[in-house]
Design a protein around this ligand. Sequence first.
Ligand code: GN1
Ligand code: MG
Length: 374
Amino acid sequence: MTEQALLSLFRTLMREFRLKGELEDYRVVKVGNINDTYFIGTRTEEGKRKDYTVQRLNHKVFQNPVQVAENAFAVTSHMERKLLAVGQTDIRRKVLHVYRKEGGEFFHRSEEGDYWRVLSYVYDSRCVNHADEEILYGTGYAFGEFQRNLSDFPAHTLHHTIPDFHNTPKRFADLRTSGERDVCGRREEVEEELAYLLSMEGYVSLLEDLHGEGKLPLRVVHNDTKCNNVMFDAETRTPLAVIDLDTVMPGYVAHDFGDAVRFACNTASEDEEDLSLVSLNLRGYQRLAEGFVRPLLGIITESEFNTLPDGVLIITLELAARFLKDYLDGDVYFKCRKDRHNLIRARCQIALAKDIAAKLEEMRTLLKSLSVQK
Ligand code: GN1
Ligand code: MG
């Protein structure tokens, strides 16, 4: 989009979403593999500055944008009510706000058919991609607290915005199919990765199997718990709001814990090409686990607790399968920022999964000895 088109769009959004003042500036947010995000700065007649988050929702990925928005609205309203009732101040820094138009609509539809929305901006905060121990603890705590705040939310009222989102056996079946179809002729190049992942197929259904046996409850979970989805106070570094609520759906606690560890406790980035740098930081895992479990004591069941380390391995395998599938399909889902980006991501996640598998027993022992338990 040209600069002029963007500015004109932002002004339209301000009008439609009844945001006061004049547009002053904007920034492009480069994080995220699915949606397009901007921050816009406005100033009122009285000279007051106010910022907002503006997003174009990827409606190829989220085929029912209104349902995505309804979920986010319901969940944020619930958390806001709950936190205000216990005297939370500065609520806008703790819970995201979903703006609506005069008639209650969540989106502006552009001429091109895109879906644009407005969310609040978390003041004096920062987003962290590479976490130190304090941030790891804070990340765990923020997602544990998120789950606690939603533990009394009626999960059945949420829409399944992406059906089978963390249904790992289904993700593996889809990978197998993409390997068989081989629409881009890339299969030969990934034979080794494909064989490794499919060799783990028996293990990845563990959570679904336990759920089927009535041993693992479904809860409202975030489903995308990367540490860059928690905003931290720029000064004190305490966790503030959890953002990116597009995938909030019923799911398992182990997925949220697992995805947080997968992303933040990798000693390298999610798409590191030098696989010798990729490993699971056990000390970081322990800190993240302490933060996560603390707000959930008395809420999660023993079987949920015991499956947390499996969640780390399962979700890492799942991401590897999703990236590899997208590579086989011709890069149709995730944004690619370099050549073979999905293959690079898949290889990195496989290297991480192998290290996690080797450390799984140690991870179980560490979890059982957490200081929060005593
Ligand atoms: C996508 O766009 P982003 O970064 O919020 C993806 C997640 C993946 C993640 C991997 C809707 O999230 O599931 O874990 O990339 N979101 C969707 O970085 O598929
Ligand atoms: Mg996301």
